[in-house]
Design a binder for this molecule. Sequence first.
Ligand SMILES: C[S@@+](CC[C@H](N)C(=O)[O-])C[C@H]1O[C@@H](n2cnc3c(N)ncnc32)[C@H](O)[C@@H]1O
Length: 313
Amino acid sequence: MLGLLDKSRKVVERERHVEIPVLLPISGCDVFDQVEPAYYNREPDLKNALQGEMPANLLCLLPRGWYILGDIIVVKIHPALTAYQERIGQALLDFYPRCATVLRDYGIEGQFREPVREAIAGKRTHTLHRENGVVFELDARKVMFSAGNLHERMRMSSFGKDEFVVDMFAGIGYFTLPMAVHSRPHKILAIELNPNAYYYLCRNIMNNHVEEIVEPSFGDCATKTPEGVADRVVMGMVQVTDRYLQKGIKALRPGGILHYHQTIPTWKFPDAGIRDVIAAAETLGRKASIQKCIRVKKYSPGVVHAVIDAQIG
Ligand SMILES: C[S@@+](CC[C@H](N)C(=O)[O-])C[C@H]1O[C@@H](n2cnc3c(N)ncnc32)[C@H](O)[C@@H]1O
């Protein structure tokens, strides 16, 4: 309460007394130097691990964050550190002995949203990632999995009970699987164009035992999306999603719900996304009532990945 507790050290119970670590002496209390302090595990810190192994001026460029998919570590590395990337990879594996491989991440490319990644420690890139009761089988070099979309995947898991859902950009099942596992829709039609992502979508339908619910469809949602049947349409793509908006709206029966993902300059959030949805609905002689606008994550400097929920009349 006084802010004097040293939170880096543990409270230690000895035979005849308890040691409470403090930052400063407290008047009226006996304060002594701990003989055997016990520390909480510190956050893994590459700077500490690699000190003395690279020029001091490069230490501040070391990555301070990374994420783990199953047992694969994915990390962005500053170009000036390329000569040290194997050492960085090994240090990360030392932090996480259960992990098999470290991939250097150069970003996501193209319509298939494929990652550009290079193995800098270990070799295996196929893994099983578990999240919110769902198993995602994937090859972290071949298909993307956005750590930043976690909340959206969780949110989607609460929608769809007894509904007919169309997932127009299904990927490996990012939104389809949490929905199928937790909400048990009547049916989800999951459309995917990238053969690698489609392969893992089919594997994941099996892995999560939702074959009765999810029908995978290989191809372009511009031609594969049905009309007038869906209670809910998920459009989990960014950047080009507006091109498919009329298809998504046409898929919905009156009263159905649309989840429209798009990248929007921060200063235009959420108006630009709302405008897209309302204009597309009007062109089709339908009415969109906006229910929610959510910032999913930062996409790039000054740009947000957003999702607009709308009911289509
Ligand atoms: C990977 S998800 C995007 C996930 C997430 N919303 C993000 O970007 O952060 C998008 C998926 O849509 C697929 N896709 C792109 N265009 C498509 C189309 N016309 N029809 C069906 N799938 C398509 C891509 O192959 C990709 O797997």
